[in-house]
Design a protein around this ligand. Structure first.
Ligand SMILES: C[S@@+](CC[C@H](N)C(=O)[O-])C[C@H]1O[C@@H](n2cnc3c(N)ncnc32)[C@H](O)[C@@H]1O
Length: 271
């Protein structure tokens, strides 16, 4: 199992966060919690949700907004922290956006235009579908997400904790399942008067060619009734970060909006 060390460290961090172990005596933790750690490393996938990606996604959402409230559907949301993107505050060199308690900022090497950041949006509904959705309203879910961010990544942990707090206030609707299979049914259920926006970050990269084809076929078919927009991360030139792409259905026309760091630390808008 290639990710065994990550799973083991995540399990240890989970115990430390629960107050059941200390980094100062890992030997004791391995002894005392042998059974827990054996089960955890066997059963618990590495599970993350990087809210910093919302800093790169936001100008994308603002670019595609058509004036109607958004009907959001995220593929592979994990805990859905990025489904709450309009609840955070953002800073770029060209301007700021939002009023939330958590501020996201980064290195905008090529910043988004100030005009884009002046746009206002509202969200009518937020749905997400994940093979392993994480419910951060529970202590276990919150601790699970934190356990896979290493304890010396203090800024990242702080950001995660504050995003969890914001999400707990009004959690999104998270469903368990394979989005490739369930997408047609979800796309048929539309919120009237709203703009359907399907989006994903760092999730479809795990799909094979057939599954990707099936996903896009579902978008094409659903959009024959009424157009929809798909905001997605794809491969960037030289694999240096993600490409942020917008695909408009039913025709599937694609445009690259930006390139950004895999974790959302830097952004090149318009590249
Ligand atoms: C690396 S995480 C990224 C989470 C989140 N999108 C983000 O940017 O932080 C990938 C997520 O996609 C989910 N996932 C992968 N393939 C999936 C599928 N076919 N159906 C549903 N969820 C899937 C995984 O369970 C995991 O939660």
């Amino acid at each position: 199992m290639w990710d065994f060390p990550l799973r083991l460290l995540g399990g240890l961090h989970y115990l430390v966060l629960a107050g059941l172990a200390s980094w100062d005596d890992i030997g004791a933790a391995l002894d005392e919690h042998r059974e827990f750690l054996a089960r955890w490393t066997e059963e618990q996938d590495v599970q993350t949700n990087e809210v910093q990606r919302a800093w790169a996604l936001l100008p994308g959402f603002l670019t595609i907004a058509d004036g109607r409230p958004f009907d959001l559907l995220e593929l592979g949301p994990s805990a859905g922290l990025n489904l709450m993107w309009d609840r955070y505050r953002y800073r770029y060199t060209t301007g700021a956006w939002g009023t939330g308690a958590l501020e996201l900022t980064g290195d905008d090497r090529i910043p988004p235009p100030a005009e884009v950041l002046s746009r206002r949006v509202s969200v009518a509904r937020r749905r997400g579908i994940d093979l392993n959705p994480v419910d951060v309203t529970t202590e276990h879910g919150s601790r699970l997400l934190q356990s896979f961010v290493w304890p010396d990544q203090t800024e990242r942990l702080d950001r995660l904790r504050r995003a969890i707090e914001a999400t707990r206030e009004d959690p999104p609707e998270l469903m368990r399942g394979d989005y490739v299979e369930l997408l047609p049914g979800l796309l048929a259920d539309r919120r009237e008067g709203a703009q359907l926006v399907v989006f994903q970050s760092a999730s479809t990269m795990y799909l094979g060619k057939d599954a990707l084809g099936k996903l896009r076929a579902a978008l094409h078919t659903a959009a024959r009734e009424e157009p929809l927009v798909y905001l997605t991360t794809g491969r960037a030139p030289d694999d240096d970060g993600f490409a942020l792409e917008v695909e408009r259905y039913p025709d599937g026309r694609s445009r690259r909006l930006a390139v950004f760091d895999f974790h959302g630390e830097w952004l090149d808008w318009g590249r």
